[in-house]
Design a protein around this ligand. Sequence first.
Ligand SMILES: [Zn+2]
Length: 375
Amino acid sequence: MRFADIYGHEDVKQRLRAMADSRRMPHALMIEGAEGSAKFALARAFVQYIHCTNRRDGDSCGVCPECRLSDSLNHIDTFISFPVVKRSGRGDTSDDYLPDFREFVKDCPFMDFEEWLRRLDNINAQPMIYVSESSALIRKIAIKSRRSEFKTVLMWLPERLMENAANKLLKIVEEPASDTVIVMVSNNSRQVLPTIYSRTQRIVVHRYDNDEIEDIIRSRGSVSADDAALIARLSAGNINEALRLMSVSKERQKFLDLFKELMRKAYLRKIIDLRQWSSDLAALGREPQIQFYDYCARMLRENFVYNLKVDSLTFLSKDEMEFSANFARFITNLNVIQLLEAFSKAAADIAANGNAKIINFDVAIQVILLLKRDK
Ligand SMILES: [Zn+2]
């Protein structure tokens, strides 16, 4: 990954380049920002730039052996660290999952976390970085670099360090080796252990704006200008979301169907059917349910806005628009806040491992009570 392969972010590239050029690199760097941005790609380009033996025009050359090894995440002086799941018969360090991770990064350069869960074969997993990984990193850093002048650590999602793992890592963050650069890439730096976070130099990477996302989507091919614009608006700056929307929108269609079913059956007070709906939704697994409730919240907001008849404010796809034409009138200033709260609480409860069927059914009951009824 070269800097030139990454769309935009010229200011961040300039900062990273300057650090390496001046050879005054921080021992620990935290590249942070919301999920669905080019953070990890920038971190990769930085590490490749550090190792490249033939830098030119402010970028790595892309062709020297160091670049080739870096590009495929195979450089022996770059230690890659990321969250994994504990599974019987398999270790729990990053090295145990490295081939899968390399594939993942190749396919998803913007690091779609949901896709990583899918690759771990468990959409309900809560992958973590375990203490055994910290021990492995400490061992690796203690050894002299093999090819490059510098050793680099590329850590994805330090917020997923188990507490004992983070405490163990403190040692190398506090008393770093002078030839080692630790680059952490965080979606949620507030969850990083403060003792680690406070010892890092930080670079904030913002999400792309709508125009930039539209550009990226269009450069990837077969999307009409209208669709690219709608996808850019719907994705709210999350490039992974935009790419998901761009690929077959099966999930989205499923969520819309579940949302319609909930609203229709709640309106008709079909309690038995709603119990079934609760089970069907629970069967999707934890992460998809959380996404579904996010989707519900978005649909509610959009339908509330729909009533204001300000076209430019609605971010609905064609199918959603068709449903909303009849549905929006049931969402008013008398119920919208409570409904949003119900969805948001459900998402939080499911994230906290609550009983999904009960939580979903509880939401259904609240929708029955809150939905505006025709007189
Ligand atoms: Zn090179």
